[in-house]
Design a protein around this ligand. Structure first.
Ligand code: GLU
Length: 304
């Protein structure tokens, strides 16, 4: 498959369309990004890798980090993790408080903010130094010691994170947070501030295309069954209340973040990272979605 040719063609087409989206500005630091950035990187299991556009520029991966924190918690806790949160698509905005009330403080899935906050609580209960240990885990699955948090983004979100503060306290009132809410939230804001470029992002997720095994040495990050389940969750819950649309148009497990990044995984084939900061109304990268829709259509490589 000549990915380079397909990606180049779609990149030039999508780059020139008028992006209707808006850069996320509710976290002030995210609004400082160049709104016209557009980068893509594909990593394949047979080393047919390729990048185009701003693929070497770092960006805030935001909610995409929620997949990696879930992976670490799932590794440590196993199946009993699902007593603390569900595996159903939410169909509601990612920061909904009303849904949490209806669900008695058990977040519907690990990728809405409430679910990711519970995962942070689980990690704090199991790790000696959560912030450092999580970063070490991300560096190890990526085989890249250069990865880091952004202090500026984390601090910026801490200043305006009132809704997440409300969510965390609300879950605590139902007895589903064990630790101090301020500690849980600080860790949550830190992990959302992780930065990667498109290449680093596609490499970090490659184990999910490889049945849970790191590609450089075949070491298991997750079991085959756990890896299948993480991909299933990305497929059903990875795009907020637009997850159905992403499955319909793109047909790959994936996860988006309000920094404008999207990672998509084709099990046994490849991972592809796209970054374009302008978001559609549901909070997903406008051009990122457009690019991936054309990419899986043209390459005829989706899971459906
Ligand atoms: N840190 C962001 C928040 O909590 C993450 C949102 C996202 O990327 O979906 O609002």
């Amino acid at each position: 498959m000549n990915f380079k040719e397909i990606i180049e063609e779609i990149y030039h087409k999508v780059k020139n369309i008028d992006s209707k989206g808006e850069v996320a500005s509710y976290i002030p630091e995210l609004a400082t990004v160049d709104a016209e950035s557009f980068g893509i990187y594909i990593s394949t299991l047979d080393q047919n890798n390729f990048g185009i556009g701003n693929w070497q520029d770092k960006f805030s991966i935001q909610s995409i980090a929620k997949v990696l924190s879930l992976v670490l918690a799932y590794r440590m806790v196993g199946e009993k993790i699902w007593t603390r949160l569900g595996v159903e698509p939410s169909g509601n905005p990612f920061n909904s408080l009303t849904q949490l009330e209806v669900d008695n403080g058990i977040p519907r899935n690990p990728f809405i903010n409430a679910g990711a906050i519970v995962i942070c609580d689980i990690l704090i209960s199991h790790l000696e130094n959560p912030k450092e240990d999580f970063l070490a885990f991300v560096r190890s699955i990526s085989n890249n010691t250069a990865l880091n948090y952004s202090y500026a983004v984390a601090e910026s979100e801490k200043e305006i994170g009132f809704r997440n503060i409300a969510l965390c306290n609300f879950i605590k009132s139902f007895g589903n947070i064990e630790n101090e809410p301020s500690e849980v939230l600080n860790f949550y804001f830190d992990l959302c501030s992780l930065e990667m470029n498109c290449q680093q992002l596609s490499e970090a997720f490659l184990f999910l295309a490889n049945n849970g095994r790191r590609t450089i040495d075949n070491i298991a990050i997750l079991t085959k069954s756990q890896s299948k389940r993480i991909n299933a969750l990305m497929q059903t819950c990875g795009f907020y209340d637009e997850s159905g649309e992403f499955a319909f148009k793109v047909g790959l497990p994936g996860k988006s973040g309000v920094g404008g990044g999207i990672i998509a995984v084709h099990p046994n084939q490849y991972t592809i990272a796209v970054w374009s900061p302008k978001l559609n109304k549901k909070g997903n990268s406008y051009k990122g979605m457009r690019f991936l829709e054309d990419f899986t259509t043209k390459s005829e490589l989706s899971i459906f």
